[in-house]
Design a protein around this ligand. Sequence first.
Ligand SMILES: [Zn+2]
Length: 244
Amino acid sequence: MRVARLTLPALLAALLLALAPGRASAAGLVYSGTGWKIATKDGIHSLSPKPYVFTFTDTASRTRLTPYAKAAATQLTSVTGTTFTVSTTIEVPPAEGSCPTEHHLILGVKYRPVGSKGMSHAWNCYTNRPGQPDYHAAWGGWAWIDSEYWSTSSWFSTNSTVNTARIKNAVSHEIGHLVGLDHPNKDLDGDGTVESYECAKTTGGYLPLMCSPHGGYTSSTNGGKFTSRDTPGLRQLVDNYGMG
Ligand SMILES: [Zn+2]
């Protein structure tokens, strides 16, 4: 009977949905929340469950940035469930407009990489599966961190604890772009302009790490960490993978 043949798959589908409450249809794709935003403007909709690896542009950058990369990798692995590791590999970043090896996150230190004082920058790529935006996962990319942060002992603050934390935040912020987070700045005061530092704060009063131009915790223990505003965005990146 035709009806019976149609009914059984429907029942199975209902059962599978009930068994997998964390799964969602295309309607379940989410790209922003309070204090976080996914970088769909860069083509990134999700984070792959396959491992990502940090590499470095040169040995001096590797020496300087390895501790920062390790701290970020530990938190990213813990929050997302995707494994992030820090290698000792040196590789030249590709020309602008090109992409590196899949799942390589290349870090380097450079004086004013985009020509502006104090500005670092990340170039990210995404996996292109036409018609399947949920599979447009963070591919990898590279980030240049402005060397000026280490040029004095007080680039960001005369308080050495705050200064150290804010250098860590600056590095992690660029890493956040590489894995698919955008600035969550929003017109919260309703004046018609999205301003610098205009981001939903944590309950403790901190700006999200991904806030533009910068945010994050400023203590010695929490500097460099994605805040409680950023971490739901990191989790959503993983949840979006393969959801379409
Ligand atoms: Zn940024």
